[in-house]
Ligand binder design. Structure first.
Ligand SMILES: Nc1nc2c(c(=O)[nH]1)N[C@H]1C(S)=C(S)[C@@H](COP(=O)(O)OP(=O)(O)OC[C@H]3O[C@@H](n4cnc5c(=O)[nH]c(N)nc54)[C@H](O)[C@@H]3O)O[C@H]1N2
Ligand SMILES: Nc1nc2c(c(=O)[nH]1)N[C@H]1C(S)=C(S)[C@@H](COP(=O)(O)OP(=O)(O)OC[C@H]3O[C@@H](n4cnc5c(=O)[nH]c(N)nc54)[C@H](O)[C@@H]3O)O[C@H]1N2
Ligand SMILES: [Mo]
Length: 807
């Protein structure tokens, strides 16, 4: 194995693993970073990395361009409160910037209570680990905010898992836990992998390296079934693509359960010994024969039988579940069905099936030795963030129990997640009830921007009014321009020491070291910044850490090895065994079984029942659609889905990186040729997309890969090259699909939204500009000519013609 740091000629080459920034869902891809005279000259894949084996996505290949981007902010900055929305930033020192923050936080805590401070975090970047720590341990507030309507990412899946299986997160088995990977004698390749509303080739989410699916197709003939309204690249190679109407997935999944249970394609021994509620489930799914599901979902009935039988007969079978579960108001029930599909076949925690982790619900890894020993040298190391905050008097139990916003109305969200319920939080910001919020921090979230928030104009109006706001980020963005007073510049993944783990510790296949390769400007890592402000707020707790390494050995996502050892190894694999439920390795008490009330997989769920939900799955039509809003459909006849991932962007990020932006210089709406023809729209036309909530513009991509009657819009698009001052805010309102989405449309338990299931109309317009919401904003002519396309890297479109010829 090559050393983590070596000298070759006049270059130092570092082996390291990627997390963030920039954004990434941690696969922890292996990098080799070439450094000369303190500057990165090249980033390439690390062939010795056991998972990615030298391959990299374009965002890492463009890292050099990202870290030295002329738009990047590399010194702390401040601005007077009255200058919010104006480009009147001035540089200041770290000490001054953090003093300003600590002074405001102390004053606000004294006058109004610490709970009136809130901390915004986004998706599973590294800082995702830290925003609750910023909230609970730096500011003593229970209000950390993940601002996506209905907490619609991962949370709903995690909840279904927590309630029905216990901890962990079921992930398809691609031999990701073994150093020798597919050669490991215990590994069996999956015969069938179902991709249910997930596009891992593009998204590589949380712990699934998408390309591994292609490896298994090539090496073992693994077959694919896609449940997706679009035909994706993997779809064109799939056995079946079920192009269902968005948001009708629960009907489809119930119909699969109908086929499996009526045709006896289940593992009776597993069901008998390890599940609870199977008979009730069988009874319930009788409501949804494939004939009924076919009608609801708009697909041929025979295809449902065929696909479900293919899955049910496969030995072993595996299922990957994606955002279709979360961004759907019927999502909790879909999650229940998919867990049932993964388990009643007997292939949960089995070779070639769906893996489970040994993580507990805090993300602590339940195992002996290693870093736990190292961490034990630091006081309190095994305590959760909340326990630490309570123990050190930074927050009181009463504040946690009574002041966390929205969890009284949605206790299910409060029970499983450590944040507020976001829709209720927006209402609290707007109405100042139950109390007024005074200060906000943004650490890896850009809620006024183009990704996380529905109705972003509401967040914009509310957040601008707070007394004091600050952000930790790398680039200026609409949120910071509109409402922050201090900007703290963050170091990228190759500018700091850290560690990366898959599924945030819930199902870790490995730990990877992030090794600091270079320093850019005065940037500091999220952890260093948190320690710096922490020491000014609660020194008695925070003074125990001197270096980032101290913290890496301490925090709840720490690796199995002391950090220095991890760094030397670059990667350490979990080598976890299969059948942990038989071995007593899933339950904290060491008994066999699953960590649920009954010790079994709860196909009928006590927990959902306790939170006012049906204990069994049921189908419900989406909040907007032909069955629920037939009158609105006369004006908005298309079903709108959005945000399918692209490799060149991570949410609102990377729009400033030319080699990435040239791939998609403008946001695109996918329209089926039939629909385009009917609407007189041609490839490349600007299209206005209107929903009951607003209107935006994107460019037409006319493609047969989208189901007729359905359109798909890109999310996350803004124009950093445009005027950043208010009201334009970098063209924030021009193409932002979330302007078309409502907040507060969620299931009984507080989860789910409409990002994947909305309604809209489309019409051809002659330009990108024009008045736009909110408040009649006129957009400057875009300066995009500079993003001329070259051949450096082009996305591979789904080879539809080939697919059509074979199907
Ligand atoms: N490059 C890149 N990678 C990312 C991200 C990024 O922004 N960029 N974001 C990360 C984040 S936060 C997440 S949560 C993951 C998400 O990763 P995935 O779960 O893979 O999510 P998507 O790509 O949004 O959607 C997956 C598929 O669902 C389909 N779909 C749309 N509507 C429906 C529906 O109603 N039912 C069904 N069955 N399918 C539907 C879409 O067409 C798409 O092909 O990706 C992560 N990875
Ligand atoms: N229409 C539609 N909208 C969607 C989705 C969809 O499918 N459709 N998907 C949704 C999903 S699943 C999610 S999770 C949300 C994601 O939404 P967010 O996670 O809020 O993403 P961004 O808006 O890109 O904001 C992230 C900010 O963090 C900064 N940043 C990046 N890395 C780091 C880091 O390590 N540290 C710090 N301090 N800052 C960092 C970036 O520069 C950027 O300004 O978007 C949602 N939005
Ligand atoms: Mo997400």
């Amino acid at each position: 194995m090559t050393e983590w740091k070596r000298q070759v000629g006049d270059e130092t080459i570092f082996r390291t693993c990627a997390w963030s920034p920039p954004g990434c869902h941690p696969v922890g891809c292996g990098l080799q970073v070439h450094v000369k005279d303190g500057k990165v000259t090249k980033v390439e894949g690390d062939p010795e990395h056991p998972i990615t084996r030298g391959s990299l996505c374009p965002r890492c290949l463009a890292l050099k361009e990202y870290i030295y981007n002329p738009d990047r902010i590399i010194h702390p900055m401040k601005r007077a409160r009255e200058d919010r929305g104006k480009d009147k930033w001035v540089e200041c020192s770290w000490d001054e910037a953090t003093d300003i923050i600590a002074d405001h936080a102390k004053e606000i805590t004294e006058k109004y209570g610490a709970e009136t401070i809130c901390v915004f975090g986004g998706t599973g970047r590294e800082a995702n680990n830290w925003y609750p720590q910023w909230a609970n341990l730096v500011f003593g507030t229970p209000n950390s905010v993940y601002a996506q309507a209905g907490w619609s990412c991962y949370g709903p899946r995690m909840t279904a898992t927590a309630f029905m299986i216990g901890g962990g997160y079921p992930e398809i088995d691609y031999a990701q836990k073994f150093h020798d990977r597919y050669d490991n004698p215990n590994f069996v390749p999956p015969e069938v992998v179902v991709l249910w509303g997930k596009e891992p080739l593009r998204s590589n989410p949380d712990g699934l390296y998408g390309h591994a699916i292609i490896e298994m197709m090539r090496q073992f003939g693994t077959k694919i079934i896609c449940i997706d309204p679009r035909i994706t690249w993997l779809g064109t190679r799939a056995e079946e693509v079920i192009q269902l109407r968005p948001g009708t997935d629960t009907a489809m999944a119930m119909a699969w359960l109908y086929v499996l249970t009526t045709e006896d394609l289940v593992d009776h021994e597993f069901i008998e010994k390890w599940t609870f509620g199977y008979e009730d489930l069988c009874e319930r799914v009788k409501e949804m024969p494939p004939s009924r599901a076919a009608e609801i979902c708009g697909v041929p009935e025979e295809q449902i039988w065929r696909a479900a039988r293919l899955y049910g007969n496969a030995k072993p079978s595996s299922l990957a579940w994606g955002l279709a579960v979360d961004e759907n108001t019927n999502g909790p029930q879909l999650g229940m069905c998919l867990i049932a599909l993964m388990t009643i076949t007997g292939f949960i925690d089995a070779p070639g099936g769906t893996t489970l982790g040994m993580g507990d619900d805090q993300g602590n890894v339940v195992r002996d030795g290693g870093a736990i020993d190292a961490a034990d040298k630091v006081d309190d190391a095994t305590d959760s963030t909340l326990m630490l905050a309570l123990k050190h008097g930074i927050m009181t139990q009463e504040t946690w129990d009574k002041k966390r916003i929205g969890v009284d109305k949605y206790p299910c969200v409060g029970q499983v997640l450590w944040t507020v319920q976001p829709d209720e939080f927006l209402k609290a910001l707007e109405t100042e009830k139950p109390y007024k919020i005074h200060m906000a921090q943004f650490v890896s979230s850009n809620p006024i921007g183009t990704a996380i928030a529905a109705e972003p104009q509401r967040w914009w109006r509310a957040l601008k009014e707070l007394d004091f706001n600050f952000a930790c980020d790398l680039f200026m963005n609409p949120t910071i321009m509109a409402c922050c007073d201090v900007f703290l510049p963050v170091a990228s993944t190759i500018e700091h020491d850290g560690q990366v783990v898959t599924h945030y510790g819930l199902n870790s296949s490995f730990y990877g070291a992030e090794n600091k390769c270079v320093q850019v400007g005065e940037c500091k890592s999220d952890v260093e910044i948190m320690m710096m402000v922490g020491k000014k707020m609660y020194p008695e707790f925070w003074n125990r850490f001197e270096t980032e390494e101290d913290y890496n050995n301490f925090h709840v996502f720490r690796s199995w090895l002391p950090w220095k050892e991890l760094r030397d190894n670059v990667v350490t694999m979990s080598e976890e065994p299969y059948y942990k439920y038989k071995l007593g390795k899933l339950r904290p008490d060491g008994q066999p079984g699953f960590p649920t009330f009954t010790g079994r997989v709860e196909l009928s769920s006590f927990s959902y029942g306790a939170f006012g939900e049906d204990a069994l799955p049921y189908f419900e039509e989406p909040a907007f659609g032909p069955a629920t809003t037939p009158k609105l459909m006369e004006t908005f006849p298309f079903i709108l889905t959005s945000g399918a991932r692209r490799q060149e962007f991570f949410h609102s990020e990377h729009k400033q990186v030319k080699s990435l932006r040239q791939i998609s210089p403008f946001p695109e709406i996918d329209i089926n040729p039939e629909d385009a023809k009917a609407k007189g729209i041609e490839e490349g036309d600007w299209v206005e997309i209107t929903s009951p909530y607003g209107h935006i513009r994107q460019k037409a991509k006319v493609t047969p890969t989208i189901k007729p009657g359905v359109v798909h819009c890109m999310h996350g698009f803004w124009y950093p090259e445009e005027d950043g001052e208010e009201p334009n805010l970098y063209g924030n309102w021009k193409s932002n699909v979330n302007m078309l989405m409502p907040n507060s449309v969620n299931a009984k338990v507080g989860f789910g939204n409409t990002f994947k299931v909305m309604i809209c109309d489309i019409k051809k317009v002659d330009s990108e500009g024009g008045p736009n919401e909110p408040d009649d904003i006129f957009v400057e002519k875009s300066r995009l000519e500079e993003f001329s396309v070259n051949e450096a890297w082009r996305p591979v479109d789904a080879p539809y013609d080939e697919y059509k010829a074979n199907n």
